[in-house]
Design a binder for this molecule. Structure first.
Ligand code: PNS
Length: 162
């Protein structure tokens, strides 16, 4: 089974990496797909985000990194995928995720959404939280892969004197 793991990944966190790693144990291939969203102003470009994910997943040989625009299910169908992978952190995620899963099912019935419960240690974690902590000078070393932490510290260099 080929699964798409779609998201913004601005940037990838250890929570995302946990879902990708566990996804590889369930699926033959996991395509991590970065959404090209013209309505959001990201911290990192699509190329930077893809490079960060590639580096973080370089030990997982069934993972591919790509980008897409438009509907996730259309992209999934194009790639021959039959599943979408999503992490659920808390009840607060549930409503939106369920709405997306139902909508996607009405669009292409053959593509199923697989939810993985985010590991407890990452249940509070999001890309936004990471950026917020780094912006105000806090350490994010325990929240993102090391190379991503360095990229983020560079963005907020004035808050992280060497
Ligand atoms: O990392 P995110 O921002 O939580 O990911 C959200 C994402 C990219 C999975 C979602 O916004 C998405 O699939 N967008 C593409 C448009 C689409 O297919 N929407 C679903 C139908 S409502």
């Amino acid at each position: 089974m080929i699964a798409i793991y779609p998201g913004s990944f601005d940037p990838i966190t250890l929570g995302h990496l946990d879902i990708i790693t566990r996804g590889t144990r369930l699926c033959d291939r996991v395509i991590v797909a970065v959404l090209r969203n013209p309505n959001k102003v990201p911290l990192f470009t699509i190329q930077q985000r893809m490079e960060q994910i590639r580096h973080a997943t370089r030990h997982l040989d069934t993972v591919e990194v790509d980008s897409f625009e438009g509907l996730t299910v259309t992209y999934a169908q194009l790639r021959g995928a039959t599943a979408l992978l999503r992490g659920l952190r808390a009840v607060s995620d549930f409503e939106m995720e369920l709405q997306m899963a139902h909508t996607n099912k009405t669009l292409i019935d053959q593509i199923e959404t697989i939810f993985l419960a985010t590991s407890n240690e990452y249940s509070f974690l999001s890309s936004s939280v990471v950026k917020e902590v780094a912006k105000f000078g806090g350490s994010i070393d325990h929240l993102v892969p090391q190379h991503v932490a360095l990229d983020i510290y560079k963005c907020y260099a004035k808050n992280h004197p060497a």
